[in-house]
Design a protein around this ligand. Structure first.
Ligand code: R5P
Length: 291
């Protein structure tokens, strides 16, 4: 086992050197995957831009109804055309999303705690692989809690889901959670993102941080950036712009879209940053003109 203490500090991430094993497939680190998995990646990431806008509305699995998501059936369908992927629970997808939507589905595949728990790091695998296949899931999202009491169980959930995903050609989105006692430092995000990639996650959802380009460089699979608590629209667009500029291949955003003054204009503005190279200022102007 590697020594825990006294190791040399990792420092040279060669952030300006492109990923060396890209091959002919456009998604980072996925050139050796099978046809079916590559087909699903091509529904998650736009093959023209290589990027994605994921709309997260899985909040109910831990917090019940949330501002902006009081009525999933009314809130989500109007936003579908403006995003690439819908991230939700099977209960939400089956009941409130029309199967004609033609969007990628990031199926929430871990469950097991609620906002009423003091420690929300204990989860189980929440979806059977057969049900994920029935739902035509494009990827399976598993929450992980590095450094929290539920770390081991959450990593077990991840590796079991990766085994199932690899068996059937469904990518796994490893989600880096940040609980109240967990760090939000570059050191933590480098540790967590790299761990999840090496455990087999095909895409990582994590938070933006300082030295984000090093987090990206050290991670051999694509990273999408989480939105987090609602901030003013301009700030959320700046977050998206900074993340994309530093190497993220998309955002997976919930509250900063569906709690915006105009959720539809916000989803479109985020898309402008992610797919069309808008600066945060240009995207905010677009938002203001279209809200
Ligand atoms: C966290 O990763 C969970 O998936 C959340 O339920 C959701 O995706 C968070 O979205 P946001 O923080 O952008 O509202």
């Amino acid at each position: 086992m590697a020594d825990k203490f006294g190791n040399k500090i990792a420092k040279d991430y060669e952030v300006n050197t492109p990923f060396a094993n890209q091959g002919s497939f456009f998604v980072k680190g996925m050139q050796n995957m099978d046809w079916g998995m590559k087909a699903r990646f091509s529904r998650i990431f736009n093959p023209k831009t290589g990027k994605t806008v994921m709309l997260a509305f899985d909040h109910g699995y831990i917090m019940g109804s949330t501002a902006g998501l009081e009525r999933l059936d009314l809130a989500i369908p109007p936003l579908m055309e403006d995003v690439d992927v819908l991230m939700g629970t099977r209960g939400a997808i089956r009941t409130c999303i029309p199967p004609t939507c033609k969007k990628g589905i990031a199926l929430r595949a871990s469950a097991g705690s609620s906002v009423l728990d003091d420690d929300m790091s204990h989860e189980v695998i929440g979806v059977d692989i057969e049900d994920a296949i029935r739902l035509d899931a494009t990827c399976l999202a598993v929450q992980t809690f590095i450094g929290a009491p539920g770390e081991k169980t959450s990593l077990e959930n991840l590796v079991r889901t990766v085994d199932m995903g690899n068996k059937y050609g469904i990518p796994v989105l490893g989600v880096v959670a940040v609980g109240k006692d967990m760090e939000r430092t570059p050191k933590f995000f480098k540790l967590a993102t790299r761990m999840l990639a090496e455990l087999g996650a095909h895409i990582i959802k994590t938070y933006y941080c300082e030295d984000f380009e090093e987090v990206v460089a050290a991670c051999p699979v694509p990273i999408v950036v989480a939105g987090g608590k609602k901030v003013p629209e301009k700030e959320a667009l700046e977050l998206a712009y900074n993340a994309i500029s530093k190497g993220a291949v998309g955002v997976d955003m919930g509250r900063n879209i569906f709690q915006a003054e105009s959720p539809k204009a916000m989803a479109r503005a985020i898309g402008k940053v992610v797919h069309e190279g808008y600066t945060a200022e240009e995207a905010y102007k677009f938002y203001e003109e279209n809200k």
